[in-house]
Design a protein around this ligand. Structure first.
Ligand code: MN
Length: 705
């Protein structure tokens, strides 16, 4: 390849009168210098690549900013040059474009082709300027043109697959047929060389027969139109092997069953002649029903215009014809790029640019061609995700509905724990603001920041929820530790003793604890009475208070199995109080029934007050992770969506509903009994707290019947 800066300039200046030779020269030299000593897989100098991309875009007659961007498109990604350098030397517009392409290239690395549709949406979400996409497509085209330089077969396959999944359809939707077709054919040749070969061979065989000869039909159509005073240029082509293969798969047909393998393009001078030519062709040949389409009066969303028809053509051959003006033809080949050349003149105007982007996003989102059916069903699988960026341009993927709290914890739990605010797209927002596709999110942190427990209700990722809970739990433990220490010190003072940590070690064993800190925490939580501790340490002293019931000594522990039960005894959980792990419990031995576990504060225990012999000292064991039944009584507003809201809250808080029952209802309220499975008492309390925040919930209490 032998493109110089001045050749490139000459090419651009033919259609772009405002191009600056100096700037082209500057970009050329900067890129060349920056890529010095870098080589492509083929061994060629790296600079040949951006240069080829720039040259291709100049062929497409794109504005000089696009060409300069092409020259610089890999500079930030691969060399020492920064976006700031580019901004300093070339101004805002170019640096923004280069930044856009760089961002897209970074995304490349993170995605497999499994997320093709998503990726395409992401490309759009992250390119606020169509020229970024055009550079990206040209970049990909050149990489595919030179794919033989890549030695690893696996890598070649991956690149081609990705290209067919992502970039060819993107080119198609942008209306750039030339790029689409070339990408498809080249990738097809790499991925399925034999299939492609056999299709080509077969086509050759079919069209070697005289009557199906493309030059013959071309000439016949041209002469027919000429007889009717229409100047035309007819070109015939066999459809691309890849599109034939796709159709064979999609429609499950054999090649012989494919009728429209041959297509003819009829170019005429003006719109009037398009319709005239169509009339003549329909008079001369039989039109196939249902195949006529008028994209001139109703252009495709991407702006494509043409008349389409299928005919029983010369020699009774089925052919497809596309009739359009030369300008429409340019558009069909170059899509949006041509749009720029013909419709907008040579100045890239802001208003037009943004309108295009909007339209393009619509095109991509609303396209419902039958061929895209599969693609769109695939999309369904992924449309529950959103893509957003850190200020440095790193991609963060979140589930749909996630807010800035989720984002902050997705970055790092330390960021989340210190978050005090957020800037979304450089604007201050509430930290609970939902994140949208393509948002740039900057979390503001402070040394003194800490997560608000209320965030648990508004964020949706497990990562954020559990990190917040962990933070709160740790903070609570610290508070209990302080409180326990204070309580114990007070008790020592009252007993006129001095507190010695050493002597406390003796107490630890008594309460089945592993260290003094745990003891202090338990005192802080109120599970151990500080007086008990001193009574134990100084047993000979006059007891200031009667020993507390021995039950108080048992320490409730997180989790499920029950300690202190003779193995083999049946255990039931009392229906009156539905005791939960974390709660203090007692076992009541019932003859022939085993042990019934009650919450220590259950009113039903009153009737056993006189039978101390059936009371069994038990506690929750640390081990195990099962679910337990909890029960709620909730009064909800009698409004549409209220029950749905409540069940959503419960499931967001990881509770499983096992039964819901309407107890009573009136005009304004429903009363429900809700049975649910929870891990422990804290879990149930969390759910209750979350429900109380709902606008639909009038009241909610723990059910005790
Ligand atoms: Mn590149």
């Amino acid at each position: 390849m032998n493109i110089t800066a001045s050749k490139l300039y000459k090419k651009i200046s033919k259609y772009d009168t405002v191009v600056s030779q100096e700037t082209i020269q500057k970009a050329y030299l900067l890129s060349k210098k920056a890529h010095t000593n870098q080589y492509r897989s083929s061994g060629e100098e790296y600079f040949t690549h951006p240069l080829a991309v720039a040259d291709y875009l100049a062929e497409m007659k794109l504005d000089s900013s696009t060409i300069i961007t092409a020259l610089l498109h890999d500079v930030v990604e691969d060399t020492e040059i920064t976006i700031q350098n580019i901004s300093d030397q070339f101004g805002n517009e170019i640096s923004r474009l280069v930044d856009g392409v760089t961002k897209l290239s970074k995304l490349d690395l993170k995605f497999g082709f499994a997320q093709a549709e998503n990726f395409r949406k992401l490309l759009l979400a992250s390119s606020d300027d169509i020229r970024v996409l055009l550079v990206k497509l040209a970049d990909r085209l050149h990489n595919i043109r030179t794919i033989d330089g890549i030695i690893s077969n696996e890598k070649r396959t991956k690149i081609c697959f990705e290209t067919l999944e992502i970039f060819a359809p993107l080119a198609e939707r942008l209306g750039i047929n030339a790029i689409q077709r070339e990408l498809e054919d080249r990738c097809f040749a790499v991925l399925k060389p034999e299939t492609r070969e056999s299709i080509l061979k077969r086509l050759k065989l079919i069209y070697s027969k005289d009557e199906l000869n493309i030059p013959f039909i071309t000439k016949e159509i041209e002469e027919l139109l000429k007889k009717n005073n229409i100047n035309s240029k007819v070109t015939g082509r066999v459809k691309s092997s890849y599109s034939i293969w796709k159709k064979m798969q999609y429609k499950n047909l054999s090649m012989d069953q494919l009728s429209d393998i041959m297509a003819f393009r009829v170019n005429v001078d003006d719109v009037n002649s398009c319709y005239k030519a169509l009339g003549i062709l329909h008079q001369e040949y039989t039109a196939i029903m249902g195949r006529f389409k008028d994209y001139i009066s109703a252009p495709k969303r991407n702006g494509y215009q043409s008349l389409h028809s299928s005919l029983i053509g010369p020699k009774k051959t089925k052919i497809e014809v596309q009739i359009r003006t030369y300008i429409m033809d340019q558009f069909a080949l170059n899509g949006v790029a041509a749009h720029w050349i013909y419709k907008e003149g040579k100045k890239w105007s802001e208003g037009v640019k943004y309108k295009w982007v909007r339209e393009l996003i619509q095109i991509l989102e609303e396209s419902n061609e039958p061929e895209e059916f599969l693609e769109n069903t695939k999309l369904e699988m992924y449309n529950d995700q959103i893509f957003c960026f850190t200020p440095k341009g790193n991609l963060i993927i979140l589930p749909k509905g996630a807010n800035a709290v989720d984002f902050s914890y997705a970055v790092h739990s330390e960021v989340g724990n210190a978050a005090v605010g957020v800037k979304i797209n450089n604007k201050n927002r509430l930290i609970t603001t939902e994140i949208k596709n393509g948002d740039q999110v900057e979390i503001l942190t402070s040394k003194n920041g800490f997560p608000d427990p209320q965030w648990i209700q508004s964020c949706i990722t497990g990562r954020a929820k559990s990190a917040i809970r962990r933070f709160i739990r740790n903070r609570e433990i610290k508070e209990f530790l302080h409180l326990g220490t204070a309580l114990l010190q007070k008790e020592y003072r009252q007993q006129k003793k001095r507190m010695h940590e050493k002597s406390l070690i003796k107490v630890i064993n008594q309460f089945e604890l592993s260290n003094v800190e745990e003891l202090l925490i338990e005192i802080g939580k109120g599970n151990i009475n500080s007086r008990e501790v001193l009574n134990f340490l100084y047993p000979n002293k006059d007891k200031l208070q009667k020993t507390l019931p021995s039950l108080k000594k048992t320490i409730p522990k997180e989790s499920m199995k029950i300690k202190g039960v003779v193995s083999g005894m049946a255990i039931h959980y009392a229906h009156c109080c539905h005791p939960l792990p974390g709660e203090r419990i007692v076992g009541i031995v019932t003859t022939g029934k085993g042990i019934t576990v009650h919450a220590l504060d259950c009113f039903a225990l009153e009737k056993f007050n006189d039978m101390p012999e059936i009371w069994l000292e038990i506690s929750w064991d640390r081990e195990g992770q099962s679910f337990h039944k909890g029960s709620l009584v909730a009064i909800l507003a009698n409004e549409p969506g209220s029950l749905a809201d409540v069940t959503k809250i419960i499931s967001l808080n990881e509770g499983n509903i096992s039964n819901i029952q309407v107890v009573s209802r009136d005009l304004d309220y429903y009363k429900f009994n809700i049975d649910l499975e929870v891990k422990n008492i804290t879990h149930l309390n969390q759910i209750i707290a979350a429900m109380r925040l709902s606008q639909f919930v009038e009241s909610v209490e723990r059910g005790k019947d």
